[in-house]
Structure formats: structure tokens, C-alpha cells
Design a protein around this ligand. Structure first.
Ligand code: PLP
Length: 456
């Protein structure tokens, strides 16, 4: 979402030396600038949106450059490194797989694929049973779209192929996932939109104040969509811009509506899944189980791996060879993902994220009150929080400049956040590795509070 580039001219900043953060050079570190400039010269501009730190090595909740600076990481990259940076277990699993001479297998069977899907299966509530490993979150949501349409058309022919998704939703950057998404600015490049992707308001209580399920039905009626045309409804459990869970009553009514109308319920758990929301899946907060879920990011802790999990019936609609991908279950990616899931279990990281939720909520509330009304809404679940900036003390218009300056000033103090996201680039997201200690979390939150105080 960020459209601004961080400057590459080194600036003298106040040195920082605490238990969790160390800044001892000008920023960006002068020695890193030639390489940062080379990246800017050769890559598309779109790759230049993050704070200019030349990532060199990391451990746990810290990321370091090669020049003596250490940032406390509130990004997890982009909600990926759940079991922390530089986990020896993940490094070892990847290395052992490579040493064995096994770095690629397409859909030929491997033991690591079997081990990983059995580990994932251990997390699945009934009736979710089967696991299809892929590479990216977008690939997983695309697969869900395909399965929903396939099932819908099996039931009702071509007219049952409308997928309902939500305003401001993000499901990835490929074409199908962007048709499904709910951020208008991301769709302009597609020209004409596909009328079989229909958005309804997400019940976040902020941009959409009325969170009753009636809004869903009214929005369909207003767009001329009949329930029998709908093959599925896909939603995040909380949206990337807000960290506000869909209300459980809404989700339960949605589940009933889908059952009644023979439509699939699909949760995009790419961001929420595997502990980020303080439960294995975000939908476990809502008292419902979907027919399909797309997983990614924290499932692997860093290697490129995603998954679709689904019911027996849906996952067996396609025959042998009809639903594969060149890098599905890449052996090295799968080895890393299995090690990540084992660390999550062994160290109780899901429970840890749930326990730290209150600290994060408390910190966000304190930052919001220090912001003099410039944070319009703040919410947290597990170890993910969103602070949505606005220009004045009322309304929901995003303030991307304030959000960007917050990220920039935190970077200069040794606190790492990714560039603002969400509606109009107004959301500052807090999403540290799940291994973060309470002390480190509190320190990072206090840095954010100081920065907000200075900027408003
Ligand atoms: C909810 C959600 N779905 C899908 C995606 C797409 O995942 P990927 O970038 O791995 O394709 C993302 C990525 O940010 C996401 O947050």
C-alpha cells in the first residue's frame, strides 16, 4: 500500500542502546547505501516501499544489519516469522534436507510432504480433513475460488458462480484474488470487473457501524444477487487493515446462510492462521468451521509455503494431476514449515500470543489516547494490532502521512514496522514474532507511544 520511498541519504540519529534495540550509525547505515541504491536502480519501484535496513541476520524478535544496529521487530517480515528469526530448528531442517540432495520433487511423493500434512491435520477441526500444499497465499485463495465455483456450477450450473467477498478485503495480488479483494484502488488495472465477484460491507464496527447480518442480505439484494446464484462466501476472520474480528454472531448467521443456500463458507486464514490471532485459526474465535480455508504466512515461519485445507468432498472434486503446482510442497520449504510448526507447538506460542493480547490491547489504548484523537480505531487479537490513523479527531478518512511518519520515526529508534497498509495506507500494524517477550513488547509499545506524542 505504501507509495512513498524512504530516503537513502544517511541522517544522524540519536544513538539507542537498550536491552532490545541498538542504533549506533547514521540511518540508513552509510555502508549499506550503495547496495540499497542498486536495488532501487534495478528493481521495480514497487519493491522500494520498506524502511531502508539491509537485513543481515536475525534472532527471535530481533533483526540486525551488518553494521551493529539491531531493531526490535514488530513486523515478522509481513506476519510470517512466527517462531522468530534465525530459528536454529528451521535452519537445521532446511540444511539437512539440502544435504540429503532433496530440494525439489514436484508432486512426486516425499516423506517430508507426508510429515507436514499430518502435522497440519492435527490442527484441523471436523469436517476439515484434507490438505493441499502450495507456495503463496494468493495461490491458496485462488484455489479456494476455483473450488467454490466448481462446486457451485456442479449444483446450479453457470448461474451459481457468484463469489461474495468483503469491502476492504485483501486476498492476494494475482488476478482472481484481486477480483475477490475489496480494495478498489487495487482493481483499476483490471479494467472491467467480473460481475461474479461481489463485495458486501465487512462488519468492522468502524467503517461499517451496523454489524448485523441484515447488512449482508440487504447488500446482496441491493446488487441484484439472489442467494441461489452464490457459490461461496470468502472472508478474512479479521481484515488486514484492522485486526477486528468478524463478530461471532455474524459469522454464525453467515454459516447458516451458506448452508441454507448451498454456498461454501471460506476463510482466508493467510494472516490469522497458526497462532497469530491467539488460536490455531482465527475462525475458532467465531464458533464456526468453514468448508475451506486458505493458509499461508505463519504456517511456514519463513519458507515459501501455503495450504488449502478442506472437506473430503471438496478436496476430491478434481482427479489425479488436475490440481497441482510446480512448487507445491517444495521439500526445503516443507522442511522449514514442519520445523516451524513443531517449535510453535513445543514452545506453546499460540497460548503465548493469546496471553500477550491483553498487553497489546492495553498498549494500543494508551497510544490511542496519546494520539489526541488521530487514531480513529485500534484493535488487537492475539499478537496482531492495527492503529488506524486519521487526519482529524473525527471521521474515518485515513491519514497516510501520519502513519508513514510513525513507521519512519520508529525505524530511527530501532523499532521495525512494515510500511503502513490498509484503507488509504492509514494503518500502522503491530505484529511481532510470536516468541516476543512481554518486556520487549512493552518496550516497543512505549516507543510507538513516544513517536505518536511527538507527531500529533
Ligand atoms: C489475508 C491475506 N490473504 C492473502 C494474502 C496473499 O498472500 P501472498 O502474498 O503470500 O500471496 C495475504 C498477504 O498479505 C493476506 O494478508
Amino acid at each position: 500500500m505504501a507509495t512513498k520511498e524512504f530516503p537513502l541519504v544517511p541522517e544522524d540519529v540519536t544513538p539507542v542502546n537498550t536491552q532490545h534495540r541498538k542504533i549506533c550509525t547514521a540511518l540508513p547505515a552509510p555502508e549499506s547505501v550503495p547496495l540499497l541504491e542498486r536495488l532501487r536502480a534495478i528493481e521495480p519501484r514497487s519493491m522500494g516501499g520498506q524502511p531502508p535496513i539491509l537485513w543481515d541476520h536475525g534472532t527471535g524478535e530481533y533483526m540486525c544489519d551488518a553494521y551493529g544496529n539491531q531493531w526490535l521487530d514488530f513486523s515478522s517480515g509481513v506476519l510470517v516469522t512466527s517462531s522468530g528469526h534465525g530459528r536454529p530448528e528451521i535452519c537445521e531442517a532446511i540444511t539437512n534436507m539440502a544435504k540429503k540432495g532433496m530440494y525439489y520433487a514436484y508432486a512426486f511423493p516425499t516423506e517430508i510432504r507426508a510429515q507436514l500434512i499430518e502435522e497440519i491435520q492435527g490442527y484441523l477441526p471436523e469436517p476439515l480433513k484434507r490438505i493441499f500444499l502450495l507456495t503463496t497465499g494468493s495461490e491458496a485463495t485462488e484455489c479456494c475460488i476455483k473450488l467454490a465455483r466448481t462446486k457451485g456450477m456442479e449444483i446450479g450450473g453457470k448461474k451459481k458462480s457468484v463469489l461474495i467477498t468483503f469491502t476492504n478485503a485483501f486476498h492476494g495480488r494475482t488476478m482472481g484474488s484481486q477480483f475477490a479483494g475489496g480494495i478498489p484502488g487495487l482493481k483499476t488495472w483490471m479494467g472491467d470487473l467480473d460481475p461474479r465477484f461481489v463485495n458486501v460491507p465487512f462488519p468492522d464496527g468502524y467503517r461499517q457501524e451496523d454489524v448485523s447480518f441484515k447488512v449482508f442480505e440487504d447488500a446482496l439484494a441491493a446488487q441484484g444477487i439472489k442467494p441461489e446464484q452464490v457459490c461461496g462466501v470468502m472472508t478474512e476472520t479479521f481484515q488486514g487493515c484492522n485486526a477486528t474480528l468478524m463478530p461471532a454472531t455474524y459469522a454464525q448467521e453467515l454459516r447458516r446462510w451458506c448452508d441454507k443456500n448451498q454456498a461454501l463458507l471460506i476463510f482466508d486464514e493467510v494472516q490469522a492462521g497458526f497462532g497469530r490471532a491467539g488460536k490455531a485459526f482465527g475462525f475458532q474465535h467465531l464458533g464456526v468451521v468453514p468448508d475451506l480455508a486458505a493458509c499461508g504466512k505463519g504456517i511456514s515461519g519463513g519458507t515459501p509455503l501455503s495450504a488449502v485445507v478442506g472437506t473430503e468432498e471438496l478436496m476430491c472434486m478434481y482427479g489425479p494431476g488436475e490440481m497441482t503446482s510446480t512448487h507445491s510442497a517444495n521439500a526445503i520449504a516443507a522442511a522449514g514449515a514442519l520445523a516451524n510448526l513443531q517449535v510453535i507447538k513445543k514452545e506453546g506460542l499460540i497460548e503465548h500470543a493469546a496471553k500477550l493480547e491483553s498487553v497489546l490491547k492495553e498498549g494500543a489504548a494508551s497510544i490511542a489516547s496519546a494520539s489526541k484523537g488521530r487514531i480513529g480505531t485500534h484493535d488487537a487479537v492475539g499478537l496482531v494490532c492495527s492503529l488506524q490513523c486519521r487526519p482529524g479527531s473525527t471521521g474515518t478518512d485515513p491519514d497516510s502521512d501520519l502513519a508513514w511518519n510513525v513507521v519512519y520515526n520508529c525505524y530511527k529508534r530501532g523499532l521495525l514496522l512494515f510500511a503502513p497498509v490498509g484503507v488509504g495506507g492509514g494503518a500502522v500494524k503491530i505484529c511481532p514474532p510470536l516468541v516476543i517477550t512481554e518486556d520487549a513488547l512493552r518496550e516497543g509499545l512505549s516507543v510507538l507511544e513516544e513517536v505518536f506524542k511527538e507527531l500529533v
